[in-house]
Design a protein around this ligand. Sequence first.
Ligand SMILES: NC(=O)c1ccc[n+]([C@@H]2O[C@H](COP(=O)([O-])OP(=O)(O)OC[C@H]3O[C@@H](n4cnc5c(N)ncnc54)[C@H](OP(=O)(O)O)[C@@H]3O)[C@@H](O)[C@H]2O)c1
Length: 266
Amino acid sequence: MSLLLAGRWVMITGASSGIGAAAAVAFGAKGARLLLGARRLDRLEQVANRARITGAAEVQFHFLDVRNPESVTEFVQWAGSIIRSAASEPRNLHVLVNNAGGAHGLDPVADGKDEDWETMLQTNVLGVLRVTRAALPLMPQHAGATIINIGSVAGHEAYEGGSAYCAAKAGVRKLTEVLRLELCGTGIRVCIIEPGFTRTEFALVRFKGDAERANKVYEGMTPLTAEDIAEALVWAAERPPHVNIDQMLIKPTDQAAMHKIYRRTT
Ligand SMILES: NC(=O)c1ccc[n+]([C@@H]2O[C@H](COP(=O)([O-])OP(=O)(O)OC[C@H]3O[C@@H](n4cnc5c(N)ncnc54)[C@H](OP(=O)(O)O)[C@@H]3O)[C@@H](O)[C@H]2O)c1
């Protein structure tokens, strides 16, 4: 029997676009109560409206910059006060989706920029650690609660120009494994979902707004959609409490490997 998500609290970081936004809509469609964070509040508001329309029992959003420890503390305190003062049970966090992240630049190490490296490690690695540390006290034990971290194929496979991003996503893999060991016996499940090419704002962010370069990433191939990944997130969270989906590596059919992409020429 699957675990019902209706009325359960789900926290999603990086919910203002791409996978996080699709996850908000997908969990909303299950009747979950959503706590969304990101830096772009106007975009969060649009996502919140879409999630309400699809059936979310409640949607709240708040500014969050996972690079900033004070912002993380403030965000989770905000979330905690909403959960604790909710009109009905359950008054705890059921699912945490650590999704905020991304890549910045595609320079070889010889030309790498400190700012890009620091942003990638701060956002993808330290952000996940900080949000998880702050949110754990809100999570119930022995209840099928779930932490889902978003990794990447880049955490498995190296590619030229990917140094800090590959290192960051390999870091997410390792911290996920550590967390699973540390939480064994609490009932809290720890999962990592690792997408391949997924059409979101990811490439636009990586190439700092260069849309032409970003579009080239997907030229002639069919990438995953954010909804494909969101579906996997909901599926993992819906498994019965004794089932932990340790990891899911999801790639487009056209992407056999980082260096092996099938591109149609016509
Ligand atoms: N798309 C892909 O091909 C792909 C493949 C593998 C893994 N991933 C991973 O999937 C996750 C989601 O990315 P996406 O593809 O959906 O890209 P996206 O459309 O660019 O979404 C990234 C999200 O992260 C948020 N974010 C970035 N920096 C943040 C910060 N400092 N604090 C809080 N939120 C922050 C962004 O919101 P604000 O800018 O509003 O803060 C946005 O909501 C990332 O972890 C990414 O590394 C993506």
